[in-house]
Design a protein around this ligand. Sequence first.
Ligand code: SF4
Ligand code: SF4
Length: 410
Amino acid sequence: MSDDELRPPPIRPANWVPGTEAPTDEDIVSCVSCGLCLPHCPTFRLTGRETASPRGRIAAMRAVAEGQATVDATFRTMMDECLACRACETACPSGVPFGRMIEAARAQVEATRPAAQRGPRAVGLRIVLPRPWAIYAAAAALGIAQALRLDRLAPASLRATTPRVSLGRLVRPLPRAMGTGPTASLLCGCVMDVAFRDVQRDTMHAVAGAGYRAVRGRSGGCCGALAMHYGHPDAARRMARQRIAEFETADVVVVNSAGCSNHMKDWGHLLADDPEWAARAEAVAVRVRDLLEIEVTPRARDLGPVACHDACHHVNGQALGPDLRRVVRAAGGTPVEVPGGGRCCGAAGLYSVFEPELSAELRRQKAEAIVATGAPVVAVANPGCAIQIAAGLRELDAKIRVIHPAQMIR
Ligand code: SF4
Ligand code: SF4
């Protein structure tokens, strides 16, 4: 008999939902509980709780996999409090792949979450995000509410971290294409496309200036990262297939959001169970380029000091920290390090919505660290981080401009 045949089948908890994904036994046992990741974990640093640490979370995943515990409220809280920032993965000497483990654990959590909580999340992640028209309808409704100042009725914490939608910009489409050279298709995405339309335009200019024919992607075409991070892998696969079909003819796919580029480079794994789509996914994934990976044309000017904020999915998922500094230098700025720079700002997808207190504390710490640099500008290459950091700086009444690298190099 082979080793695989001898291995006992995984035991699933009593409230297991068939078909739901879970962290694999191989990944779970790769953690040796050494604790070296703990000082790098923002939620452990904030709370001091083992249950808010990577080691504690993996122990909980193991207890569930072995049938010693169920996916209950305690397990849900432990997984919900995780930022999925992957700082633990970068720090781990044993190579524990925590990123995919927390995504699988979130799928377990989502399948057993009470319906009153699951419903609204499912509407956003499964119904709105896969449909560009629904993204635009939701953005337009938000923009109208903000224009009429109805958003004042929302809690202050939610208002602070909700992107501002300009109706004028929303109805002004991006150019279809610009520049000449190999085709670089821009992922338009969800939040970037409705709340950061100017950054999209500047990204196309920057890419065209780097010698590509920059082509606008499908407006509102979401990559599926948020659905994956929040426990809906089937919805994430659906969106991945949509985008793969969209990008198959591109020479490169340019992405100006850290979370999206990181997720898209992993599409081959996401669709690994489907041989035809796995091959197509892999072929597109290897052509995905974060904007920071594009060799931009240097500018002869002096923009002065620029604080560099490292998005988690740049430094932990893609090791692009040096590239942010290279782009800032190319734009004419002088990179300035933010104290504790690799630590998550607390944006983490929808974390500020679902875990407002932990998120607010991380936001305050990050804003104070940026103020301490003395730089008048901070470069931020991820929409969630940009919204969160701008809110943190407003709360401190700090007059520091938050700018996407695309806006510096256009
Ligand atoms: S995740 Fe890695 S660093 Fe953290 S306890 Fe496990 S083996 Fe140690
Ligand atoms: S992903 Fe981030 S918040 Fe979650 S356990 Fe790892 S370091 Fe902590």
